[in-house]
Design a protein around this ligand. Structure first.
Ligand code: ZN
Length: 432
């Protein structure tokens, strides 16, 4: 049932009243450079934050065996994080509403060349309506909003009348294993919400993502005898060309996927990192390339992997040197599938009402051609999986920033959503 106007107004005001504190906490999160494998301090901070709000807190490691045995699990490379996952649990006095998962990841991607940034990449500096810093948008603003929405209820003397799990995960930027682990540990609810920076839209569909490393060999010789050697870096260029062909083939099939038809280039192959050779005057014996490619929902990661392997093998068969020395392909991160969100869920209707009240405009849905952890809830829990958050600029780029005015409204919408979805009860029991 829609919220009464009086309660709605009180909650909207409560978000405004807490917004300075919310920004302060967001800045604290941005200040912690929680790069992959370096998320211990930030997860400690989150642990304290959950505990100080009276939540029961569950802190746990990834169960590698369980993750590897699951079809949505990604392999563990040497750079996989060992930082814990932290879940804050709110139990109501009386469970009368629908339960909810609020999830956020706190791992961030590398800042890249610091000289390109206008400021320290982890400054959390506010300029006008923008907060800057690696991770500010993706997705520390959302992580703080998860708590701020719960705080807004508390500020008016209420709490959710259903169990709420606030999950703080790692490995979202590289494998998706963190959120998968929460599911494997047994967490589920009637709906899940992840406030990634989605430009205030609800994600209707997203892609799956695969990471793989190509290891190309060569034969090292002195450059004066170049014809007798084999250049691994030159060969790698050839393999990349073949993979660009596969990317073009997949993009040419976008009409088969209704949610992707209107995107100019839904499938993106990124050659993200390259290393090879030892010396300018030696023909290089090795080249390693880290790649990321996306896949349409409905395409399994195994099928995509098979096509990638076939594409590389086909190229190698027609190359004099590679035919006898085929490149090796190692899946070293994401092995994840995409999803399409069912448009008819009650959760979406409730979020639509909340958005309308906070923005004075109808909720729009959009396709996101990137990986998001909501896939775990959509594909495996099979519960309404809502990815919805603030406007931003330059995620994964230089001078990443989040729009604070949209963040304020998103937090309002989240608060109203929680209040209606979970129902509310007074914090203190009036009964004797
Ligand atoms: Zn993110």
């Amino acid at each position: 049932m829609a919220l009464a106007k009086e309660l709605k107004d009180k909650l909207l005001q409560a978000v405004d009243d807490g917004f300075d504190a919310q920004l302060e906490y967001t800045k604290n999160l941005v200040n912690l450079a929680s790069l992959r494998g370096q998320e211990y301090a930030i997860q400690d901070l989150v642990f304290e934050q959950f505990q100080s709000r009276g939540m029961k807190v569950d802190r746990f490691d990834m169960d590698r065996e369980a993750i590897l045995a699951h079809p949505g699990g990604s392999p563990f490379s040497d750079s996989h994080s060992d930082a814990p996952i932290v879940v804050g649990i709110h139990h109501p006095r009386e469970e009368t509403g629908r339960s909810l998962i609020l999830n956020a990841h706190l791992d961030v991607v590398p800042a890249g060349p610091g000289a390109l940034w206008s400021d320290d990449p982890f400054s959390g500096r506010i300029d006008g309506s923008w907060m800057y810093g690696r991770g500010s948008a993706d997705m520390k603003a959302g992580a703080a909003a998860n708590l701020a929405a719960m705080d807004a209820l508390r500020r008016v003397g209420l709490q959710p009348a259903a169990t709420v799990y606030v999950q703080s995960v790692v490995e979202e930027e590289s494998t998706g294993n963190g959120t998968l682990m929460t599911w494997l540990r047994g967490y589920t609810a009637d709906a899940a919400l992840i406030p990634e920076p989605t430009d205030t839209k609800l994600v209707r569909a997203n892609v799956g993502v695969l990471w793989f490393q190509l290891k190309v060999q060569g034969v090292p010789v002195h450059v004066s005898d170049m014809g007798e050697g084999a250049n691994a870096i030159d060969a790698a260029y050839g393999v990349i060309g073949a993979l660009r062909g596969l990317e073009a083939d997949w993009n040419a099939r976008k009409d088969e996927h209704a949610q992707f038809r209107d995107l100019a280039h839904p499938i993106n192959l990124n050659i993200g990192k390259i290393a090879g050779g030892d010396w300018a005057s030696s023909v290089p014996a090795w080249c390693e390339i880290d790649c990321r490619i996306s896949i349409y929902p409905g395409v399994t990661a195994d099928e995509a992997e098979r096509q990638i392997r076939e594409c590389v093998a086909e190229f190698a068969r027609n190359d004099a040197f590679l035919a006898n020395n085929p490149p090796e392909i190692v899946i070293n991160g994401f092995h994840a599938e995409g999803y399409v969100l069912d448009p008819d869920s009650e959760a979406e209707t409730v979020l639509g009402r909340a958005h309308d009240a906070a923005f004075d405009a109808p909720l729009q849905a959009a396709t996101l051609p990137g990986y998001i952890d909501t896939r775990v809830y959509a594909l495996y829990n099979q519960i309404p999986a809502l990815c919805y958050g603030p406007a931003s600029r330059n995620a994964h780029g230089v001078d990443e920033c989040v729009d604070l005015e949209s963040l304020r409204r998103i937090t309002k919408a989240m608060t109203l959503f929680i209040a209606e979805w979970c129902g509310t009860e007074p914090i203190e029991s009036n009964r004797v």
